[in-house]
Structures are given as C-alpha cells and as structure tokens.
Design a protein around this ligand. Structure first.
Ligand code: IDP
Ligand code: MG
Length: 138
C-alpha cells in the first residue's frame, strides 16, 4: 500500500464541493488515513509551493491557497500517487478528462479545486507537513 497527499483547495470548499470531492476519493478506492479542515497560512503556502517560487503565478498561488479554508487529506491505496493524479485530471480543467475532479469542479488552471502529490517521496513530505503521526489512523 502507498500513500498520497491531497488538498481540497479554497475554491472548492467555498463553492460547496468538498462533500462531492470526498465521495470521489472513496469511489476511487482510497482509504482516508487523515483528514482535517484548516486555513493554510501564507508562510505555510509559500513553503509548500517553494518549488514554484520562480514561476510567474507563485504570488497569486500562495495568496489563493491561504485565502480560505482547505481540507487536507492523507490517502492510502495501491499506486496512490498515480491513482489520485488520474482521479483529479490535468492541472488545467480545460485539458482534464471527462469525469475527473478538476473537469467537474475546477474554475481555471489556478483555482483548480484539488492538489495531488507528484511522487511517493513528495507524498511523504507533504503528509508530514500537515499531519502529526497521531493524527493518522493506523
Ligand atoms: P499540479 O497541481 O497539477 O501538480 P503544478 O504544475 O505542480 O500542478 O502547479 C501547482 C499549482 O499551481 C496548480 O495546481 C495550480 O493551482 C497553480 N498553477 C500551475 N500553473 C499555473 C498557471 O499557469 N497559472 C496559474 N496557476 C497555476
Ligand atoms: Mg504539482
């Protein structure tokens, strides 16, 4: 079993899509190991998206990610990283496949409803960034 890390981003929480997105998580076959509602701070968002610091959209991205509550999730499944990326679809909802979460719920490439880790290594780092060991079920 592998793990991935997901965020239901502020646009999706604000638009009332959190419940539907959690239903997609479960329908895709993930076991939820940890889940909480949290407003990501600006420093946390800057750190979390550090890899994109030189990109033109970085300022907009970290402002957006700290603009309202998010739901953060630690998920478990076989091939969790790839399965979740497949479930959410392409970064830009205009390019996302039918039935994917971003196709259904994203507003645009920036306000795109959900996050998904891009590797097992980053999944572990991202889960540890938001959850202490005791906040995850066994
Ligand atoms: P990902 O979330 O699909 O892994 P990344 O390229 O890692 O996509 O980008 C991280 C996040 O930065 C995206 O989910 C999106 O919110 C934002 N982002 C990426 N590219 C753009 C862009 O061209 N304009 C605005 N925001 C962007
Ligand atoms: Mg990414």
């Amino acid at each position: 079993m592998a793990r991935t890390f997901a965020i239901i981003k502020p646009d999706a929480v604000q638009n009332g899509h959190a419940g539907n997105i959690i239903a997609h998580v479960q329908k895709a076959g993930f076991r939820i190991l940890g889940m909480k509602l949290t407003q990501i701070s600006l420093p946390q968002a800057r750190k979390f998206y550090e890899v994109h610091a030189e990109r033109g959209f970085y300022g907009e991205l970290v402002e957006f990610m700290s603009s309202g509550p998010s739901v953060v999730l630690a998920l478990e499944a076989d091939n969790a990283v790839a399965l979740w990326r497949e479930t959410i679809g392409s970064t830009d909802p205009a390019e996302a496949a039918e039935g994917t979460i971003r196709k259904l719920y994203a507003e645009n490439k920036g306000r795109n409803a959900v996050h998904g880790s891009d590797s097992d290594e980053n999944a572990a780092i991202e889960i540890a960034f938001f959850f202490s060991g005791t906040e995850l079920v066994g």
